[in-house]
Write a protein of this length. Sequence first.
Length: 646
Amino acid sequence: MSDNVFPVPEAVAKAALVDDAKYKAMYERSVTDPNGFWGEQAQRIDWIKPFTKVKNTSFDPHNVSIKWFEDGELNVAANCVDRHAATRPNQTAIIWEGDDPADSKHITYAQLKDEVSRFANVLKARGVKKGDRVTIYLPMIPEAAYAMLACARIGAVHSIVFGGFSPDSLAGRIEDCGSAVVITADEGLRGGRKVPLKANVDAALKKITGVETVLVVRRTGSAMDMTAGRDIYYDEAAAAVSADCPVEPMNAEDPLFILYTSGSTGKPKGVLHSTGGYLVYASITHELVFDYHPGEVYWCTADVGWVTGHSYIVYGPLANGATTVMFEGIPTYPSPARFWEVVDKHQVNIFYTAPTAIRSLMGAGEGHVKKTSRASLRVLGSVGEPINPEAWVWYYNVVGDARCPIVDTWWQTETGGILITPLPGATALKPGSATRPFFGVQPAVVDAEGNILTGATEGNLVILDSWPGQMRTVFGDHERFVQTYFSAYKGTYFTGDGCRRDADGYYWITGRVDDVINVSGHRMGTAEVESALVAHPKVAEAAVVGYPHDLKGQGIYAYVTLMTGIEPTEELRKELVAWVRKEIGPIASPDLVQFSPGLPKTRSGKIMRRILRKIAEDSFDSLGDTSTLADPGVVDDLIENRQNRK
Ligand code: PRX
């Protein structure tokens, strides 16, 4: 291997579930005999009614249909909770670590069963039935996991909305999936600051109809405005129901959850995941990608508002009877040593975080790391965006003391679980590469025309065949599902990512090739930010692109054309940033706003984003052909007033 390679340490390979030879044999079988491979792997979970059919999938754009284990019946809560409560009732299921380091608790599998059942009975008492949608807008408290599993227990479909989204974004997501019940908390607590969740729900519900119940979990205990008949405190409702609730048998293809995610056009779409395939896939990837051994403590620092929190804080680890850490706070509170202090406090063995967190902690200096032991750590993970080699090497040497393999896991909300990743005991690592496909995953690199490229090459990343964790549809809009993922390169699933494959067959994800920006590992559609900006009365037109940002990976760069007669001022610039925060949420705040009297458009009126991206990157001497522009002169003004100067 030519690049900087970190071989699997012998000690790791010896104790690991999968070594290189086993990886190769299992991979081969998984793609040549998917029915045999997945039929066996599906036995890792309990089925109420066994399936007789494994895979029934088609990527043909005229008939996209994805079904796994389609005649089987199971219940996700029975698998994640009850079966472990029966066999290991006193083992800790969840270690909750509060925002305040003095605040933590352990929840055993027996306690989890009671909590989930009680929560399920509260939902039932409010009329929630199988197939109904329930919106969850909670901070990182154990009730978030209880609520998810309670929905799964009774066959309701949860839709979690990240607590950082604004009332408008929340309203749109509640309305799209038609939830009659919203579960929230009085306030969240992050880095010592309160987040007004209940107040946001109140504001959201002023804009839409159809919500009959708001369940409010007390987190901070501050006094809340409660709407009579609609709003109830969860603890009061829970005191009135039993801790016994039967599980609902679900068909493998019944929906488990909806999670909204940004795309290159339009409003966020409701990614729909189903029950059987998703759980099998979350379980196998959690076990094998992290080389999880029974008794280990596993910590994923994501928020349950994102897919990583769904698959790798809740469903995957709990399906495997693991001990999973749930962290309410942020990496830098009360100090940048927090992550490593928590690792020592709870003796964490496997730690999974995002490159943006690594980069910000790297900036705070290694003293914060080195004053802690971290001797319990065995495997490190990364997710959400490409990890730059400098951050990788720091993570490996400083955090992992050059002992712990790093699994750089590439996947998406749509994929349900990890698709391209090293396995700790099997894969020699290259900093910045997600390395090789997981079992059953067949990646391919295509050129702009859709030709499959072979050998060492670069192009667009597609997946040739289905895997069990794949999303099934866009909630309420199957045509959008087909158009978004299966029409660009016929017969394949298009990821929206670009990638390079090297001579060793390793994959290097280079980032989105569509109009999606990845800000600190969070997905944001440029179209969404643009429509928020043009909703401002002083804005005539806006175009948004991503640009390289040292900490966030990508920053948001907005070009704004003001209404005639409006003066471009510093104050207005701030006002527009605050406006977008309010419209969408803090993660959508533009980092740079450039007032531009004109935007580069073709004669047919199409904005040439390629040019805007280049100027935002401060690399405007390679703008390429601008002769097709309606008014090539606007480019000089854009360069002259660019905001990102190195
Ligand atoms: O561009 C890829 C990037 O994040 C996108 C998916 O975002 P989301 O659906 O929010 O899910 C994030 C967590 C799974 C991908 O299209 N991405 C995710 N993981 C990696 C990555 N890019 C490079 N390397 C990764 N490990």
